[in-house]
Ligand binder design. Structure first.
Ligand SMILES: Nc1ncnc2c1ncn2[C@@H]1O[C@H](COP(=O)(O)OP(=O)(O)OP(=O)(O)O)[C@@H](O)[C@H]1O
Ligand SMILES: [Mg+2]
Length: 229
């Protein structure tokens, strides 16, 4: 049996603030993704969807429980080891895009390739091709701060698909796009990440519909437990 690309076992997470008070976000969340799974992660604003993605990419560490990527426990790794897992296996489209502001669209998309040791010439070609696929070739040399919200979102998508990951984490990846572009971008994500596990945060029923299954986070404070599966 191959290891699951992403697995949560009884994950609890709380933000700890001595003065402002702790915020409990996840209370015993368990699920596993198989290669090729497309799962929509839904729930009210503040229910912890972005937190789940940050735990899955090792940017946050579970308060208790285990988060593993390809069978390896992120909680048992050093910061450098987690960064290597991200670089080699994960593409993460952030809710707030997280593009580098002083760099062009192309440079932002090249970055994961350069960090992986791809040559400058090849990285450039592949970045331009990825930008063409999100219809932004004409903006390749513009700084990301000079782009509209929807254009920035498409740069973030291009950066995620410039190398196919084993695990795609996408946080409302089409939230800034109109319906026509949304369908195109979703198709691009699915096509590039074919065979990868996809965890897709969305508030859009049309996007959730395109997934194989739905994982819904309850609001804590209510009596519901996290759906275990
Ligand atoms: N640094 C922090 N310190 C304390 N609480 C935080 C911190 N960051 C987030 N939270 C809280 O954690 C909870 C979960 O936040 P998260 O961003 O995961 O929600 P979300 O489901 O992605 O919401 P949205 O749909 O609005 O994006 C929220 O109640 C939020 O206020
Ligand atoms: Mg969020």
């Amino acid at each position: 049996m191959t290891d699951s690309p992403l697995r949560f076992d009884e994950v609890h997470f709380r933000h700890v603030h001595r003065r402002r008070g702790d915020v409990e976000v996840l209370r015993g969340l368990s699920f596993a993704l198989s290669p090729g799974d497309r799962v929509a992660l839904v729930g009210r604003s503040g229910s912890g969807k972005s937190t789940v993605l940050a735990l899955a990419s090792g940017r946050l560490t579970a308060t208790s429980g285990t988060v593993s990527v390809a069978g390896a426990d992120l909680g048992a790794m050093t910061i450098d080891e987690r960064a290597r897992v991200r670089l080699s296996q994960i593409s993460h489209v952030h809710q707030d895009f997280r593009l580098l502001p002083r760099y062009s669209a192309r440079e932002n998309v090249e970055l994961p390739l350069l960090l992986q040791g791809v040559s400058r010439v090849e990285a450039r070609e592949r970045a331009i091709r990825a930008l063409e696929r999100v219809d932004l070739a004409a903006r390749a040399d513009h700084r990301t701060t000079e782009l509209s919200g929807g254009e920035q979102q498409r740069v973030a998508i291009a950066r995620a698909v410039v190398r196919p990951p084993a695990l795609l984490l996408a946080d409302e990846p089409t939230g800034a796009l109109d319906a026509g572009l949304r369908d195109e971008i979703l198709a691009l994500l699915f096509e590039t990440c074919e065979g990868a596990a996809i965890l897709l945060v969305t508030h859009d029923p049309a996007v959730a519909e395109a997934a194989d299954r739905i994982l819904e986070l309850p609001r804590l404070g209510s009596a519901d437990a996290h759906p275990a599966r």
